[in-house]
Design a protein. Sequence first.
Length: 246
Amino acid sequence: MVRLFVPPPRIDGGQATLVAEDAAYLGKVLRLSPGDAVEVFDGAGGVYDGRITALSPTGGELSLLSRREGGAVRRRPVLELWPGLPKGEKLEWIVQKAVELGVAGVVPLLCDRSVPRLDGARRVSRLARWRKVAAEAARQCGRADIPAIADPADIAALAERARAGLPVAILHVAPAPGLATWLAGRSSVERVAIATGPEGGFAPEELATLQKGGASLCSIGRRTLRAETAAVTACAIWALAAGELG
Ligand code: SAM
């Protein structure tokens, strides 16, 4: 079934309004036309059976049947992933895989050893891109919700969340309890966060700040994984523990 994300403001009275990009995707890429069926998801957990009623180069319209819940089973604990901002396009890859694996949200973590420096305009454009990747991954994998991709935050913000009671695992290349064991001890909490470092890892002061806030150091095995592999592996370990995989 063809799936399309239409945000709630563009859904009203049994109709969805399409923008030019949607119309190009349905008409030019998928070669659909009025009368064809499309499943719409609103990114907030709602799903609609829809039918194309109009398509033009500037937009279009779908008629929709009533909203139903997308059947997402919210596993506990839900996961917030805080990946240390890596070089290049790697965060796009992490976001895509994390959404497929079922995370509730991603907060790009600005670390001392993060190479990219996000100034105002670049920060806005990267964030828009990561959100688009998340919406696309949700569409592709059948999620009805789109995980929140937050504005990049720093170590102090994560330490503050830990101090406020959020269980936080910091993945670090050193002998430490395994992440699976750490998760098993938190199976009844609402939400956990897992932070992974950028290519150069966390600086000692960052580890100290996070640990002072109450975060726990964890390992995911004896090999040193690349930053992006570690972030996605952590999501997979959580997904297995939470019953999302396997
Ligand atoms: N030389 C760096 C160090 O020792 O921190 C290597 C960093 S590694 C390429 C990037 C990030 O992946 C690390 O900061 C950590 O968060 C995560 N990582 C990679 N392998 C890991 C492992 N076996 N256990 C826990 N975390 C790991």
